[in-house]
Write a protein that binds this ligand. Structure first.
Ligand code: ADP
Ligand code: MG
Length: 696
């Protein structure tokens, strides 16, 4: 095994490689683009493209691709070879600056939400130089944004990059008030990816896992997660081998996979990388997810990334750790001096305002059919957004709002009325796992995203909402200086915190009391995707996106439509898979088993006329009643499903699925699951939860 330091980033055209391979003027100019967002000159691009191609060929690459994130949320690539025939039977390998900067995939099959008619199907991809190019399976992958010819974004990355610019601009206005020079401000993300690994042999036998990524049937295993022995437990040897190869592959791609451990549920695991700037972090997360799926097959395993593969045990999330940094400074780090603290409080207040004002959008950004099974299910935060600040910071915020003196742990009184703010400690210790949006010392952890989601949407919204808070602050403060500025800033903070106090909640987010309390506070509670999506197209949301040039009204409408369609399509697939499995697998198996039990009764009676066959009879009756119940629920589902499909309007169809069809699916599942535990295991047509979750 090569040393980690030797393989780390070896497949990435990173700054080190750039410096090594590019003439110094080109390198400097490219760095300006990367660090300061300056546009890239075509001359420079030509030189970069040539160096990149030479480097890639040395590493064994034969093709290149513009790697992008369509609205469907997974990544897309179309491979072109570097090959250029010379006309004399030979060929050379070429790659121009134009090919690096721009591609033209025929993308008529990508969802666009009506933005683009098929006759103008071509879109173009444009290199995002702030994300490094890398080599994956002998293909040079160039991270790109994907747009239509009229300039509308057709991907997840473009609006994210626009939101990064918005926050850069507004944060710089705020930093200028603190006397700081213009610098590049970015948001940073570290995403913790949870997933399940199960055996390929079991997976192959489950239509529901193959078609829907989750089990639509299955009785709880004898042992669930109640012993909590799996969390941080010793990792199974096969899984360990998988994790090692995954680390190696990720390290080569410059993904700094840092921690790996078993999660709470049996067969569940987690991987967390070291954070980086948001757009790169999302590229890395998508690559990580892809590598996980691919490498699992090397070990006879399947990696399940669905938010809720198994009922009754935890589902999988993807915590989005988020902060804002200016150069090496973390702007959500309290800092040591009073002025640092004031700046910190300005940014903190900005986040609180952003999360309160745009709570519904944030909730919307993580809404999916899969995540609906997690949120509010006592394993993940509720569908209500609230913020947890921790004891110390919470006390400081309270003191600011009530204008009373803040007394810290050491009982040192601090005067909050003047410019000198408490020099408080980082609050790294308390953790409230039930909070959807928790301050964890120097960053916020957004815990609602599900394991399958592309984090671009929620970060695009967080960044834009934060840009709005910072803009409001800068608008109110520009022109003030020195003590005048400090006094005005403190007054502004107090006023804003008072206004948005309702979003702060330090208690147990899983409790029923919180749902009631949240309602009293006027916080939104959109339980299902169908309820959560409409706010995307509300005038308030569109105004926000348009104000910062992140999305136009047409782009918002198209994204809303794509999300709705995806939800409806997934539920359609789930309903169909359920019906098919019941008709073709469960009912035939149950009928066979009932016939066998009936045959046994006759055989026993024939052999011994006086035998007491009441237990066999009782079992037979239960099976027959179960079959009847399954049939009843199957017919109900058939009707409900067809009623949903007939609804033209996508939002109304989604409502129908969310509020009617799903409860019938649940009833059908319950009917089948009830039979699973009284049926002979050899007759049961699919692997059970016991089999799938407790393999060796
Ligand atoms: P926990 O399980 O307690 O939430 P982890 O160590 O699993 O903690 O995950 C913490 C994540 O937060 C890591 O991915 C880490 O890189 C990330 N993180 C740390 N600091 C920042 C920051 N300033 N901005 C964004 N993410 C951060
Ligand atoms: Mg976490």
């Amino acid at each position: 095994m090569a040393k980690v330091s030797e393989i780390y980033g070896s497949m990435v055209f990173n700054e080190h490689t750039m410096q090594e391979r590019l003439p110094s003027a080109t390198y400097k100019s490219l760095l300006k683009t990367i660090k300061e967002g300056e546009p890239l000159d075509i001359e420079v691009a030509n030189v970069v493209a040539h160096a990149m191609k030479e480097w890639a060929i040395e590493k064994g690459a034969t093709h290149y691709t513009h790697w992008f994130q369509p609205l469907s949320g997974i990544t897309s690539e179309k491979h072109d070879s570097f090959l250029d025939p010379c006309g004399d039977g030979r060929a050379i390998m070429t790659f121009s600056g134009k090919e690096l900067i721009q591609g033209e995939p025929d993308a008529s099959s990508f969802p666009s939400g009506g933005l683009r008619a098929t006759f103008e199907a071509r879109g173009y991809t444009a290199w995002d130089p702030t994300s490094y190019a890398f080599i994956k399976d002998e293909v040079l992958c160039i991270p790109t944004a994907f747009c239509s010819y009229t300039g509308e974004a057709l991907d997840k990355k473009t609006p994210l990059l626009r939101s990064m610019s918005a926050i850069d601009e507004q944060a710089n206005r705020v930093l200028a008030l603190f006397g700081e020079p213009r610098q590049r401000v970015v948001t940073t993300v570290g995403s913790e990816q949870e997933y399940f690994l199960i055996s390929e042999k079991d997976y192959e036998k489950r239509q529901d896992l193959i078609m829907c990524g989750r089990t639509l049937f299955g009785y709880a295993p004898c042992k669930g997660q109640e012993l909590e022995e799996h969390y941080f437990g010793a990792i199974r040897p096969t899984v360990n081998e998988f994790m090692k190869e995954l680390d190696d592959e990720l390290w080569k791609l410059g993904v700094s996979a840092k921690t790996k451990h078993n999660e709470v549920a049996p067969a569940q695991h987690e991987l967390a990388p070291i954070f980086t700037n948001t757009n790169r972090a999302i590229d890395e997360n998508l690559l990580t997810m892809e590598k996980m799926r691919l490498l699992a097959s090397h070990y006879g395993l399947v990696c399940l990334q669905h938010e809720k593969p198994f009922e009754g045990i935890n589902g999988s999330g993807k915590h989005n750790n988020w902060s804002i940094s200016a150069g090496k400074k973390n702007l959500l780090d309290p800092g040591d001096s009073p002025m640092d603290n004031l700046r910190f409080l300005v940014f903190l207040t900005g986040v609180i305002q952003a999360v309160d004002d745009y709570q519904e959008l944030l909730r919307m950004s993580v809404a999916s059919a899969g995540n609906d099974h997690r949120l509010g299910a006592n394993e993940a935060p509720p569908a209500i957004i609230s913020m947890f600040l921790g004891d110390e910071l919470g006390a400081i915020v309270d003191a600011l709002i009530d204008e009373h003196e803040y007394t810290n742990a050491e009982k040192v009184a601090m005067d909050l009325g003047v410019a000198v703010l408490p020099n408080f400690l980082k609050d790294n210790t308390d953790r409230n796992r039930t909070s959807p949006f928790a301050f964890t010392g120097n960053k916020f952890e957004f815990r609602m995203p599900g394991s399958a989601v592309n984090l671009s949407d929620c970060n695009m919204i967080l960044n834009t909402a934060m840009a709005k808070s910072l803009k409001d602050f800068a608008d109110a403060m520009e022109g003030l200086e020195g003590e005048q500025f400090e006094a005005a800033a403190i007054a502004y903070i107090k006023e804003t915190l008072t206004k948005h106090q309702r979003i702060i909640f330090n208690g147990n987010g899983y409790s029923d009391e919180w749902t009631e309390e949240a309602e009293r506070r006027g916080l939104a509670n959109h339980r299902t995707t169908a309820d959560a999506l409409p706010c995307f197209v509300s005038p308030k949301s569109i105004a926000l996106f348009e104000e910062f040039g992140v999305l136009s009204a047409a782009e918002v409408a198209s994204r809303y439509e794509v999300k709705l369609e995806k939800y409806n399509k997934l539920l359609n697939i789930e309903a169909r898979t359920m019906k098919r499995m019941v008709r073709r697998a469960y009912l035939p198996a149950l009928n066979d088993y009932a016939a066998e039990v009936a045959g046994n009764i006759t055989a026993i009676k024939a052999a011994c006329a006086s035998a007491d066959v009441s237990p066999q009879n009782a079992l037979l009756q239960k099976l027959l009643a179960g079959i009847k119940e399954i049939d009843t629920q199957l017919n109900r589902l058939d009707e409900a499903h067809h009623a949903a499909i007939e609804i033209e309007d996508q939002q109304e169809r989604a409502n129908e699925y969310a509020h009617n069809v799903i409860s019938v699916m649940d009833a059908l599942r319950a009917a089948v699951d009830a039979m699973e535990i009284i049926t002979d295991r050899d007759h049961w047509p699919v692997p059970t939860y016991n089999d799938m979750l407790f393999y060796v």
